[in-house]
Design a protein around this ligand. Sequence first.
Ligand code: ADP
Ligand code: MG
Length: 334
Amino acid sequence: MKICFIMYPWTRINPKQDSSIRIIHEMVLRGHEVAITHPSNLTIRDSVTLSLCKTIIRADKVSNSIPSFYHSVKFKEEMRPLKDFDVIFMRDNPPLDALVLNFLDSIKDDVFILNAVDGLREANNKIYTAAYYDPERELIPATHVSKNIDYLLRIIEESENDKMIMKPLDGFGGSGVIVIEKSAMHNIKSLLDFYINGNKERSNYVILQEYVEGAEKGDVRVLMLNGEPIGALRRVPAKGDARSNISAGGSVEKYKLTKQDISLCKKVGEKLVRDGIYYAGLDIIGGKLIEVNVLSPGTIKDINKLNNVKLQRKIADYLEGVVADIEVQKEANL
Ligand SMILES: Nc1ncnc2c1ncn2[C@@H]1O[C@H](COP(=O)(O)OP(=O)(O)O)[C@@H](O)[C@H]1O
Ligand SMILES: [Mg+2]
């Protein structure tokens, strides 16, 4: 198959840790044609959506070592129409530039894009989880999204628990996630004002969320492929921090999903597939869904190492299956 990764620049990859390079390596090992490009290279010429791509030149032998593959790979640079690929894999870092989705809209009926353009549009910030239909309060912690300071102050005052979590709507990597305490109420109005009105150009929404007990011991990252969990690990926050993100200093541990986690993954997985979110990273604490990461979730290398597996093989198997199904459909429609 021909696959194009729309991603962060090749030079920014750390081959020892990066997840994208593991998927790319597996695709190259299997003899697929792999190109990479960056959102800034997207172009439209005479109604055709193209991108300046770096296509990996097929080598006689592909190294099994990912760092040596990374360092030895050779590219051919050329403008390529995106609809000539079988698969487009979005692996760019958040935050997502909505204009990228407009480029992809023009080819979404011709190419299998993961995640689907409409799914990315819907799930690219934390409203996606906050608005999850959960009448029994089983799946997500009590969550409020607003930019109305009086409303948010009232919620904090009325809360039964002393602690709550506050976070920006479109943050990532743990940035701006803080614990607020009712007992320190004199700071809260100023904090809310800063989070909401700190950026002079435009005001921001904030999320106020029930603090899920047990979060001090870490959260669980689950990689979901086509609605099924394919791997997980526990992330433990650094001492003195409430955030488990690895980029915020968290460390990783082996983790086996509990019955409650599996049941959550099943329910969430069905919705993800319906929404075209074929590949995602869930953040779970105490069996509750905290976040769905739809853009370039990492941790493949850590899950592989902790469990002696190669998740990139599952991803490659899945993509090969999707492309084979599309071929069968095309034949049937001829
Ligand atoms: N409701 C919560 N209760 C306890 N801890 C939380 C809660 N929400 C977030 N956290 C902690 O903060 C981290 C980052 O929050 P998250 O919503 O995943 O945002 P980000 O996009 O920055 O990763 C989580 O991994 C978890 O450790
Ligand atoms: Mg997270």
